[in-house]
Design a protein around this ligand. Structure first.
Ligand code: SF4
Ligand code: SF4
Length: 280
């Protein structure tokens, strides 16, 4: 089973949920944790993961042989991302904008374009005390998260449970991370911002056709509008976590919730059982 953990908004406790779920279940079944928050991966801190090896991730970008180029402009015309420009007798490639789609190479009428790898980050494969742990790290300044997320997801476990920690928000990296999951847990908080971003995340899940439910973190702060929204939309609230200074303090020291407060283990077992019921 693949369960992704997402949130419309950063700082809602997504990593806290992903790591606690994995650490609770690791004695019961094979577990893989994929940290697909490639712009800011931090699950390794809580999992105390040991890297075993890393794999560079590159996308193919065009290289123009100007001795063959006839400066027709076709490569620019077919590029949907404005990543290649023809200015008089010069062809400029903007690697940072290139999505590696290959269209310019395919449509160049004289075969002047070849593709060269452009490294955009790495995938780190490791072990965290019995949990298969993989994360992706996007090189600073690179905007292309999806290819790294796809590489991280190639390490999805073949047995047991794979938990995917997606990046916050509802943009392409989240879609790439959650796509293909059996279930998605949306972590939110009961504030107007939390509710606004939850609505967007729900729309994204509906578009993707992935079943989902919510966890309301710091549930006793804010108001009850998030709960009322979930009731009205028939979205299962799988768990609530109250605001607790002990959680905030241990989290800031890099200690996972279920290690700091082991009484939460039973709640994470119950969470998994609810998810199993909902995906049947
Ligand atoms: S499509 Fe090929 S020939 Fe035309 S401008 Fe681009 S690189 Fe040059
Ligand atoms: S590979 Fe695709 S995105 Fe990159 S420059 Fe060519 S057409 Fe544009």
């Amino acid at each position: 089973m693949i369960v992704s953990i997402a949130s419309g908004k950063g700082g809602t406790g997504k990593t806290l949920v992903a790591t606690s779920l994995v650490l609770t279940l690791k004695e019961s079944l094979p577990v893989t944790l994929l940290d697909c928050d490639v712009e800011e991966p931090n699950d390794h801190i809580y999992m105390r993961a040991r890297p075993v090896h890393s794999e560079p991730v590159a996308i193919p970008v065009p290289f123009v042989d100007e001795s063959q180029c006839i400066y027709c402009g076709m490569c620019h015309d077919v590029c949907a991302f404005n990543a290649i420009a023809v200015l008089g007798t010069a062809v400029l490639v903007f690697k940072e904008l290139c999505h590696g789609c290959g269209a310019c190479t395919r449509f160049c009428p004289v075969g002047a374009i070849t593709e060269v790898p452009h490294e955009i980050g790495v995938v780190e494969v490791g072990d965290a005390d019995g949990v298969s742990f993989v994360d992706g790290v996007l090189t600073i300044g690179q905007p292309m998260a999806p290819p790294i997320i796809r590489e991280v997801k190639r390490h999805t476990g073949t047995k047991g449970l794979t938990v995917i920690d997606a990046s916050p928000g509802t943009a392409c990296p989240v879609v790439e991370a959650v796509r293909g999951s059996d279930f998605c847990v949306l972590v939110t908080e009961p504030t107007p911002f939390g509710l606004h971003d939850l609505r967007l995340a729900v729309e994204t899940m509906r578009e993707l056709g992935v079943p989902y439910g919510t966890i309301i973190n710091r549930a006793d702060l804010g108001d009850d509008r998030t709960e009322r929204y979930c009731q009205a939309q028939e979205i299962p609230v799988l768990m609530t976590i109250p605001f607790d200074e002990r959680i905030a303090r241990s989290y800031s020291r890099g200690v996972p919730l279920v290690e700091a407060l082991p009484e939460y283990r039973e709640q994470f077992f119950a969470l998994f059982r609810k998810i199993q019921e909902l995906v049947k």
